[in-house]
Design a protein around this ligand. Structure first.
Ligand SMILES: Nc1ncnc2c1ncn2[C@@H]1O[C@H](COP(=O)(O)OP(=O)(O)O)[C@@H](O)[C@H]1O
Ligand SMILES: [Mg+2]
Length: 239
């Protein structure tokens, strides 16, 4: 079971306090909706969990791999994926972006090629597959980035405002891919300041408000098969 655990976390930019929280855990089997107003710190929290920035105080560790603060180890490369709101794409075609061999993924050439073709179809990108990724619309770029994540099958996936540029058609396509990853046990953190088609999949929510992060289960989404660790505190309130 791959999990990221944050303890005694505080984030500041200069003197400005963004948020603090005693304990948070993102693990396989969870699907979490990260909510909060613009500027409350959703992207900052995801970047912290993704190891792209360091906290002002506290540690984030990974269980299942390495006791070190995980951003100092390579253990989660390819296993924990953060998708930026404005996806980073390679120069080159849509197909190139999907079929680029992921250095940290355990896949043969044949498997990668098969998954690429399936992803192109699932994301309805067939008619765009030879087009430069840089020329896609915002929603198409997000669809492409999510298709790439679907190919990688990460253990943990953080999606930053994934549907912000998407029409209903794109949202439904992405819902299929994300549901598929959820079935495979990928733990997901999905940020959006309001409900979207993906948040219907969530069984827990984290809300950032008044520089605190509060975590709660979404009771109606808990089923017998929902793999939630009920040992976890029902509410985690920042200090
Ligand atoms: N590198 C940075 N330096 C200074 N302030 C930052 C930096 N990154 C983000 N901020 C500030 O931190 C706050 C939280 O930002 P962000 O996490 O992007 O919010 P959200 O994603 O919830 O809209 C914002 O007020 C933003 O301006
Ligand atoms: Mg943001």
């Amino acid at each position: 079971m791959v999990k990221l655990v944050a303890n005694n976390l505080e984030m500041k930019f200069g003197e400005r306090h963004i948020f603090s929280v005693d304990r948070l855990q993102l693990s396989q089997g969870q699907t979490i909706h990260l909510q909060g107003d613009n500027g409350c710190g959703k992207t900052t929290l995801m970047k912290l969990l993704a190891g792209l920035i360091s906290p002002s105080r506290g540690v984030i560790t990974t269980e299942g791999f390495d006791p070190l603060p995980w951003w100092r180890s390579n253990a989660l490369l390819g296993k924990a994926v953060y998708l930026h709101q404005h996806p980073y794409l390679f120069d080159g075609s849509v197909e190139y972006n999907l079929s680029y061999p992921h250095p940290f993924c355990n896949m043969t050439k044949q498997q990668l090629s098969e998954r690429t073709q399936t992803a192109i179809e699932m994301a309805e990108l067939t008619h765009l597959k030879n087009q430069a990724a840089s020329s896609l619309s915002g929603g198409e770029k997000q669809r492409l980035a999510i298709a790439r994540a679907w190919i990688m099958q990460p253990k943990l996936l953080m999606l930053d405002e994934p549907t912000s540029n998407m029409d209903r058609f794109s949202q439904d396509l992405v819902l299929t891919m994300i549901s598929d990853l959820q079935q495979l046990g990928t733990g997901m953190l999905i940020s959006s300041h309001q409900s979207c088609v993906l948040t219907s999949l969530c069984n827990q929510s984290w809300v950032i408000e008044n520089q605190h992060i509060m975590s709660s289960f979404t009771a109606e989404n808990i089923t017998d098969s929902t793999p939630i660790n009920l040992q976890e505190p029902r509410y985690v309130i920042a200090n």
